[in-house]
Design a protein around this ligand. Structure first.
Ligand SMILES: Cc1cc2nc3c(=O)[nH]c(=O)nc-3n(C[C@H](O)[C@H](O)[C@H](O)COP(=O)(O)O)c2cc1C
Length: 184
C-alpha cells in the first residue's frame, strides 16, 4: 500500500513536469547530474540502436553562443547546464522519436530530483550547423536540441512571445475505437 501511495505521488510529480527557463545561479550537483545521465543512458531506442551521444555543457561562452542562435532560446545563455543530444544521423525519423524519449525521461528524472529544465531547439538547418560548430559536432551527425537543467526559479514562460500554457481536456484528447468517438 505504501508503495502504491509512492507511485501516485510519483505520477502526480510527472504530471507536473513543466518547461523551466529561469534558474538559480547555482551549479547542478555532480551526483544529481550523474543520476540524470544514467536515466538518459537507459532510455529505450529503436532496435536498441542507442543512436546518440551526449555533451554536458557548462561553459558560459558556449551557452551564450547557443542562446544567440534564435530569440526563443535566448534564456539558455543564463542556464547552469545543458545536455546536448548528438544523433548518428542515419535514420532521421526513428532518431527524432528516440531524442524525444530521452529528453522527456531526463526532464522527469530532473524534476523528481528537485531540478527542472526544458528543451531548447536550435532551429533551422543553418542554426543547427552553427550549434554543431559551437559543440564540436561533425557536420554529418544530426543535432537538433539540448536539454537545459538547473534549479528552477519559475516555470512561468517569461519570453516576450510566450507559448500558450495549459492542455486540452481529456474529452477532447481521447477517442475510443475510432477517432472522434466518445466513451458511451
Ligand atoms: C520539440 C520541442 C521543441 C521545443 N523548443 C523550445 C524552444 O526552442 N524554446 C523553448 O523555450 N521551449 C521549447 N520547447 C518547450 C515547449 O515550449 C513546452 O514544452 C510547451 O510550451 C509546454 O510547456 P509547459 O509544459 O511548461 O506547459 C520545445 C518543446 C519541444 C517538445
Amino acid at each position: 500500500m505504501a508503495s502504491e501511495k509512492n507511485a501516485h505521488t510519483c505520477v502526480e510529480e510527472m504530471r507536473q513536469v513543466r518547461q523551466a527557463r529561469k534558474f538559480l545561479a547555482q551549479p547542478v550537483a555532480d551526483d544529481l547530474l550523474h543520476e540524470v545521465l544514467e536515466v538518459a543512458r537507459w532510455t529505450g531506442s529503436s532496435r536498441n540502436t542507442q543512436p546518440w551521444r551526449l555533451i554536458v555543457v557548462t561553459d558560459r561562452a558556449q551557452l551564450r553562443q547557443i542562446g544567440a542562435l534564435r530569440a526563443p532560446i535566448a534564456w539558455v545563455a543564463d542556464a547552469p547546464l545543458a545536455i546536448a543530444i548528438v544523433l548518428d544521423g542515419d535514420n532521421p525519423t526513428t532518431e527524432s522519436y528516440d531524442e524525444g524519449r530521452l529528453s522527456e525521461r531526463v526532464l522527469i528524472a530532473a524534476q523528481l530530483l528537485g531540478l527542472g529544465g526544458g528543451v531548447a531547439w536550435y532551429g533551422d538547418a543553418g542554426q543547427q550547423a552553427q550549434a554543431k560548430r559551437v559543440l564540436g559536432i561533425p557536420e554529418e551527425r544530426a543535432a537538433h536540441s539540448m536539454i537545459v537543467l538547473g534549479y528552477p526559479e519559475t516555470t512561468k514562460d517569461h519570453r516576450p512571445n510566450p507559448a500558450q500554457g495549459g492542455r486540452m481536456p481529456l474529452t477532447e484528447l481521447v477517442s475510443y475505437a475510432r477517432l472522434g468517438e466518445r466513451a458511451k
